[in-house]
Design a protein around this ligand. Structure first.
Ligand code: SF4
Length: 372
């Protein structure tokens, strides 16, 4: 075992730099029409996204369905060719990598998909599914491959006798374990988890989340965790980015995003998190209007057509991406002229609600523990 492996995850994070950096990433899909199938417009699925992920940490990416979260993940790994931008892994822009380099990088950069069944080859037994790419990359000698696959299966919570079974013989949770095992077998450093638990029962969700967290601790993995389930994201992430219509509108450490919420969209999103306490009064913010089309996003702030705090400037000028407090970024005109260490200039009503919810949750957990 290497010296690195003895470090705790916290030490590892403190000692290492950003493993991943996404710079100004765009992914536009052409809209073709007419007899000659000319491109007459674009769906701006990802429209200038930038963020960094420190080695050993987890960044949660949240937002409504269709906001571009999954497209960000797929474009990062070149499953979709990017329109513009950079994706740096250990300082190297993978979009400039040639075929041979990209092949090596594929082992280090993995993805776990939402639907475990459709991402598994139904005609292959589990051992083959997990071992196939290991053999392709020549990571383990052929005579040790079965033993290696069994070891990975054991780490992922699968039984040795599962090795010869087919995907249809497993439950949803076990299939997701197979997908995780297949990713881990290649010795990755960075895994994009694209809604990995949203198709599973709640009890199974917890098991898969715990497995991902255990593997992160053990193998010092870095995750981008894409989800619309805010409670799950709060549990697993160290940093959170909030997306709206192809752009990140707020990002920062989890604690700040959940208790010092700044952007009106984030506030509306978080106001919908249910608190299992009948004495707690919910102040849910219902956003008016439909989500605008990503092929024709509104001018100025993209959220202005639904924002309860919209001002005249919001309709014409795109808000700047600014650092409100240490490592906490927001794009909103409400914070114009406000920078690091400055006082907020808006009412923090919903942010306060979120803080109260956290306190109520803690109190409830305490009571439950006392009862035990
Ligand atoms: Fe609302 Fe204006 Fe802020 Fe956009 S910039 S979120 S419209 S207040």
């Amino acid at each position: 075992m290497s010296e690195d492996r003895k470090l705790t995850l916290e030490d590892f994070r403190a000692e290492t730099e950003n493993l991943i950096e996404v710079r100004n990433l765009y992914k536009w899909f052409g809209i073709k029409s007419g007899v000659f199938q000319r491109v007459t417009g674009h769906v701006k699925a990802v429209d200038g996204v930038s963020f960094k992920i420190k080695a050993g940490s987890t960044m949660g990416l949240v937002g409504e369905s269709g906001c571009g979260k999954t497209t960000v993940g797929r474009t990062m790994l070149r499953l979709y060719p990017p329109t513009k931008g950079e994706m740096l892994y250990r300082g190297q822009n993978i979009y400039n990598a040639d075929g041979r380099t990209m092949r090596t990088l594929r082992a280090k950069l993995q993805m776990i998909f939402q639907d475990p069944y459709s991402s598994l080859q139904p005609r292959m037994p589990v051992g083959e599914i997990i071992g196939e790419a290991v053999r392709e990359h020549g990571l383990v000698p052929e005579n040790q491959l079965r033993e290696y696959v069994l070891e990975i299966m054991n780490e992922s919570g699968l039984q040795p006798h599962h090795i010869d079974r087919y995907p249809h013989e497993f439950s949803g949770g076990q299939r997701q374990r197979i997908c995780i095992a297949r990713s881990l077998a290649l010795g990755p450093e960075f895994i994009i988890c694209d809604e990995p638990v949203s198709a599973l029962d709640v009890s199974i969700q917890a098991q898969i989340i715990n497995l991902l967290m255990d593997m992160q601790e053990k193998k010092k993995l870095t995750y981008l965790f894409i989800s619309h389930d805010l409670s799950v994201v709060e549990h697993i992430s160290s940093h959170v980015g909030v997306m709206y219509l192809g752009s990140i509108v707020e990002a920062g450490p989890k604690e700040k995003i959940f208790t010092e919420t700044l952007h009106p969209y984030t506030k509306a999103l978080f106001s919908a998190i249910p608190i299992p306490d009948p004495s707690f009064e919910m102040h849910r913010q219902i956003l008016q209007g439909d989500i605008p089309s990503p092929s024709n996003p509104p001018a100025g702030c993209k959220f202005h057509t639904r924002c309860p705090e919209c001002m005249e400037i919001c309709k014409t000028e795109v808000p700047e991406w600014k650092e409100y407090s240490e490592d906490h970024f927001v794009a909103c005109h409400l914070y114009d002229g406000v920078g690091k260490d400055a006082k907020p200039i808006v009412k923090k009503d919903v942010a306060m609600d979120t803080a109260k919810k956290k306190t109520a949750k803690k109190e409830q957990n305490k009571k439950a523990k006392n009862k035990e």
